[in-house]
Design a protein around this ligand. Structure first.
Ligand SMILES: [Zn+2]
Length: 465
């Protein structure tokens, strides 16, 4: 099997609003920044839809031979984290530590690849202050009377290019919210927020006085610190496109004069039972809520990745039940080929290469995951048929390894537990010794444990019932 698919990866770029061939600045090297969680509570499954989109994107990039450096931040200082820590009577660090640990646990449950770097905003305040300083120097930012610093949107002619913003609403004279009266114009946004009593002991010294960074500058500073001033890819949920990503572009490009990210990717919303998730509707679920209903992280992962990332996804409990059925088809297939002797797995069969090709072609088309999964299930069906007939199959372990590097579904639950495998081996030995009585007894024992035994021309198969 060739090392890399021949298809060229094409991705939708929110900046140009077109599907384009994805070409990083340096051949085959990708710097990817994903906006991470604000760590003031448990992330919900809507958040995880977008984090899983970032994970799938990264896995697909690797599938196409790209060497990816992936950075996802923790927003551990903003209004919500400060409010939460004060309500809990804890320091900001201790309070956010807890939710960072919870997030990491959820990442593991859902089998997200660990990030290369997962920086916390509070560990990068000097970089944020330096970036704000560059913007002030260039006349793109100004300090207001109270010690806050704002970005001067009117000074950046192409502000709004990502969201195709109607700039009429941002003109001087437009209504300025009462609590933001220090701004020159409505659209100007805070880079640095002067300390207020509500901030408690959360404050850093800066050239503009005591305060804390604004949310948007956190991402610009961390992204450029770890990935350089020009990124290949920046992704996040669609709700971040405006104002967050628009403002990241303004800050970064304003400071450097260079394009910030070549390609912007955004995942669509997650609905629950056809409705927007909200606390008041009681349909805001966390990973723990899903686990409490008896579903696994693997099943949730499948539900959250199986629809195209740019289509809104409707989450229902029936979808999870359907995921269980779909995954058991894969699991039973894996159990079957795991039990085959190596001689039955013939690497050169064209059906294997044809499938991998179709799978890659689908993914190359802006991560067409439903197409890719469709090819997988066709392939499972086809190779099951070959196994039914006792015919050789392609090198399924090698093929599955490639496929699962993208899907991240694993084979843990599909594995034959050691005690079952031992009984199976004992039965094979009994058969070899023509001890039919013992072999039947072992079959019954396996049956009672929930495993059926199939004997085919290629040997014994153990299948979970
Ligand atoms: Zn961000």
């Amino acid at each position: 099997m060739s090392a890399e698919p021949s298809a060229e990866l094409r991705l939708y770029n929110s900046l140009t609003r077109a599907v384009e061939a994805f070409r990083p600045r340096v051949d085959k090297k990708v710097g990817l920044y994903a906006c991470g969680p604000t760590v003031y509570n448990h992330a919900h499954i809507g958040n995880f839809r977008s984090f899983l989109y970032g994970d799938l994107l990264r896995r697909v990039l690797r599938h196409f031979g790209f060497d990816v450096t992936s950075v996802m931040n923790f927003t551990d200082v903003d209004d919500k984290t400060i409010r939460g820590s004060r309500a809990a009577g804890e320091s900001l660090r201790i309070f956010t530590d807890r939710y960072i640990a919870e997030f990491r646990r959820d990442m593991e449950t859902l089998n997200l690849l660990p990030q290369d770097v997962q920086p916390r905003a509070t560990d990068h305040v000097p970089e944020m202050i330096a970036l704000i300083g560059r913007l002030v120097e260039k006349g793109l930012a100004y300090a207001s009377g109270d010690g806050s610093v704002y970005f001067r949107v009117a000074a950046l002619p192409d502000y709004g290019k990502l969201s195709r913003l109607d700039k009429e609403g941002l003109k001087p004279g437009a209504r300025v919210a009462q609590d933001e009266y220090q701004k020159e114009t409505f659209g100007d946004f805070a880079l640095w927020k002067a300390w207020s009593p509500d901030d408690g002991d959360v404050a850093w010294e800066s050239p503009w006085g005591k305060g804390r960074p604004g949310w948007h500058i956190e991402c610009s500073a961390m992204a450029m610190h770890y990935l350089g001033e020009e990124l290949d890819l920046h992704c996040g949920g669609i709700d971040l496109l405006f104002p967050h990503h628009e403002n990241e572009i303004a800050q970064s490009e304003g400071a450097t004069g260079r394009p910030f990210a070549r390609c912007w990717g955004h995942s669509a919303h997650l609905l629950v039972d056809g409705q927007k998730m909200s606390k008041s509707l009681g349909n805001l679920f966390t990973v723990r809520d899903v686990e409490a209903k008896g579903y696994t992280g693997r099943e949730l992962r499948y539900v959250l990745i199986k629809a195209h990332y740019r289509q809104s996804l409707n989450f229902t409990w029936d979808e999870l039940a359907a995921a269980r059925v779909a995954l058991s088809r894969i699991d039973n297939w894996i159990v079957r080929w795991k039990a085959l002797p190596a001689s039955a797995l013939t690497a050169a069969l064209p059906v294997g290469a044809a499938f991998l090709n179709a799978f890659s072609e689908a993914l190359a088309d802006d991560l067409n995951i439903s197409g890719a999964l469709g090819h997988l299930f066709d392939f499972v069906h086809e190779t099951n048929r070959l196994m039914d007939k006792g015919e050789p199959v392609p090198d399924l372990p090698a093929i599955w390894e490639k496929v699962d590097a993208v899907l991240g579904l694993g084979i843990r639950t599909a594995e034959v537990p050691p005690e079952i495998a031992a009984l199976g081996a004992e039965r094979l030995a009994a058969r070899a010794a023509k001890d039919w009585k013992k072999s039947d007894a072992l079959r019954q024992q396996l049956d009672a444990l929930g495993w059926s035994v199939r004997d085919s021309a290629k040997g014994q198969e153990l299948v979970r019932k």
